[in-house]
Design a protein around this ligand. Structure first.
Ligand code: FE2
Ligand code: FE2
Length: 280
């Protein structure tokens, strides 16, 4: 596939970027790491795992930038626009951290050329209500579902990280991700409760599709046998490097959907019927 290397620190603005990556001096420095200290059989899968995270974090940059602009167009309160601007900064930082990890494992971090964001919002020829619905459906899908559930996945990955470098990278990402889903819910609370029952039902159908999309992104749905198979030595070693296997990711995901996501969507007045849609 046609790919573009992640470019950073190429202009004088690198000073501003580095300040952001280092959280204005408050981030922990990356620990020393010798690739040779790690079993060579782990190099390629670790590289692939962190490269995949470069791509999903980059996607978050695009979507949160787009969402910031969309919320500004809707005339959202400045505190909300500012919070989403903050998410853009966080996601740029996450791409940089994941890119550092790919480099540590001996590869050039890249993104696909002209990647299309998965949540199109703000189509020009729609009426104002439809623009608001599309934007908020994208917001709920990306922030209340994807970002909120990813925070749970990162927390689990942090708990499993054994290697100092993985603990550092996953920890630096998780500390921000923990807030992004909450920013989504706080924003949705302003708009969604004012909608008609019919529009909220329509949103609920979108959310079901988003939950399924997230399940697929994590490698699901799995057969019962694959979901319950004990992890092999490679899976365990990769978990120590912050990279969890699909059965592990999906177990965290199903639990978080049930105990965290659905009650919050219920509070928001969004009916979500997962009875036939989700595998487990
Ligand atoms: Fe992120
Ligand atoms: Fe995020």
């Amino acid at each position: 596939m046609n790919r573009i290397p992640i470019q950073r620190d190429v202009t004088r603005l690198k000073v501003v970027h580095r300040q952001r990556v280092l959280r204005h001096g408050e981030s922990d420095p990356a620990p020393d790491f010798e690739l040779a200290s790690l079993d060579p059989s782990l190099w390629a899968p670790a590289r692939t795992g962190w490269q995949r995270l470069v791509e999903t974090e980059y996607e978050s940059v695009v979507i949160s930038g787009w969402m910031t602009a969309g919320l500004a167009r809707l005339g959202a309160p400045l505190d909300i626009i500012g919070a989403f601007g903050r998410i853009v900064e966080d996601e740029i930082r996450h791409v940089d951290i994941c890119a550092q990890m790919v480099e540590r494992f001996g590869e050039v971090p890249t993104i696909p050329r002209a990647a299309v964001p998965p949540f199109p919002v703000g189509v020009a020829d729609q009426n104002a209500e439809e623009v608001e619905f599309e934007l908020l459906a994208g917001l709920v899908g990306f922030f209340c579902v994807f970002e909120h559930l990813s925070a749970h996945v990162f927390r689990e990955a942090l708990g499993c990280s054994q290697h100092a470098l993985a603990k550092w990278a996953v920890g630096e990402i998780h500390r921000d991700e923990a807030f992004h889903g909450a920013f989504g819910f706080e924003t949705a609370k302003i708009f969604v409760p004012k909608w008609s029952d019919r529009t909220r039902r329509r949103l609920g159908e979108r959310v079901v599709a988003d939950i399924q999309r997230f399940e697929q992104r994590l490698g699901g749905p799995l057969s019962e046998a694959d979901a319950t198979a004990p992890p092999g030595p490679l899976e365990e070693a990769l978990a120590g490097l912050g990279l969890l296997s699909p059965p592990h990711l999906l177990a965290v995901f199903y639990e978080a959907v049930k105990s965290e996501l659905l009650p919050r969507l219920d509070d928001l007045g969004v009916p979500v019927d997962l009875s036939v849609k989700i595998e487990r």
